[in-house]
Design a protein around this ligand. Structure first.
Ligand code: ADP
Ligand code: TRP
Length: 331
């Protein structure tokens, strides 16, 4: 089965990205044909500082490799290195109803937050559909917030297939409901755009300091607490062994334990969890030529697949092969 996902280089990767998406990406590569990419065109919709875009793109590449992406097995590339995807975006745009995009919650959220919307942000889900459909991927592992974008992709693929014939595989999302949405320091969804994250590779001291800032309610130390409504417990759930988690749950319910005790333990568990990957990350940081080479090889492999789909799509809609690539207008 072909598994594909993308991640935006819109900031440093955080533990919400890891537990919501990256961990599944890496696990799935063992048994499936993995296609993972850095969605730099998607990140461009928020007009980042050019230096940041370049740095974060490289950081995402280094982080994925440090966390265990195996480039010998998995195709790993930067989205903008595969122009076939943007070409497909236009073709898909022409079967995408405006209403479908108007209903997208992530667009509405960003506008509600005061972001002045550009056309790229509005068309974002069509580019995402092209990412998925160009590679005929079956499974798309993402966090829960991406569910609607995968539904839009399915809708676009079905419309295309109905109008022109069965070209596209209808993809399925793969969401770990047990992880749901990882809360950030302020209790909202942890997100690069909310400045409420704990980075995967954050220095240890700053990780401890951030964990201590997690918002909790004002229940006194002695009083019983509801673990299900606590942001600290939600994060403990991700890194504590089941036996330890059960202990914390019991202590919360009994009372007599302060949130700061739980936070201290959480910080240590997080640091321990990511420690083995830190060394590997430092090695990669010192060998950027290797990282760039991985992205170049990945782009070449990805382009082969996407170019094949594009040829088929162009034929199907009546554009025919591109002039200058062995085809001619009369076909
Ligand atoms: P961000 O909101 O930080 O910009 P992205 O939109 O780039 O994150 O998301 C990358 C991947 O990580 C997606 O699959 C997304 O669903 C997942 N993800 C992001 N934040 C969270 C979170 N707080 N909890 C669970 N998954 C998340
Ligand atoms: N929109 C996704 C996110 O913010 C990133 C993304 C872009 C993606 N293209 C994709 C995810 C294709 C899965 C498949 O997380």
């Amino acid at each position: 089965m072909r598994v594909l996902s993308g991640i935006q280089p819109s900031g440093r990767l955080h533990i919400g990205n890891f537990f919501g998406a990256i961990r599944q990406h890496l696990q799935l590569q063992a048994e499936h044909e993995g296609y993972y990419f850095i969605a730099d065109y998607h990140a461009l919709t928020s007009n980042p500082d050019p230096k940041d875009l370049a740095r974060f793109t490289l950081d995402v590449a280094i982080d994925y490799l440090a966390l265990g992406l195996d480039p010998a097995k998995t195709v790993f590339w930067r989205q903008s290195d595969v122009p076939e995807v943007t070409e497909l975006t236009w073709i898909l745009s022409c079967v995408t109803p405006m209403g479908l995009l108007h209903r997208c919650v992530s667009y509405k959220d960003k506008v509600a937050q005061g972001l002045s919307p550009n056309h790229g942000l509005f068309a974002y889900p069509v580019l995402q559909a092209a990412d998925i459909l160009a590679f005929k991927s079956h499974l798309v592992p993402v966090g829960a917030d991406q569910k609607q974008h995968i539904e839009v992709t399915r809708d676009i693929a079905q419309r295309f297939n109905q109008r022109y014939g069965e070209v596209f595989v209808i993809p399925q999302e793969y969401i770990l409901e047990s992880v749901a949405v990882v809360p950030g320091l302020d209790g909202r969804k942890m997100s690069k755009s909310y400045n409420n994250t704990i980075e995967i590779f954050e220095p240890e001291d700053s990780c401890r300091a951030n964990v201590m800032r997690i918002v909790t309610d004002s229940t006194p130390v002695e009083a019983p607490k509801d673990p299900q409504r606590c942001n600290v417990f939600a994060l403990l759930r991700l890194v504590a062994e089941p036996a330890e988690l059960a202990e914390w749950e019991a202590r919360y319910r009994q009372g007599g334990v302060g949130y700061s005790q739980a936070k201290k333990r959480l910080a240590e568990l997080l640091i321990e969890y990511f420690r083995p990957y830190r060394r590997r990350r430092a090695e990669l940081e010192a060998n950027l030529d290797y990282v760039q080479q991985v992205l170049r090889d990945g782009a070449a492999r990805a382009r082969q697949v996407a170019a094949q789909t594009l040829l088929e799509v162009r034929q199907t809609v009546g554009l025919g092969p591109r002039n200058g690539s062995g085809g001619n207008i009369s076909g």
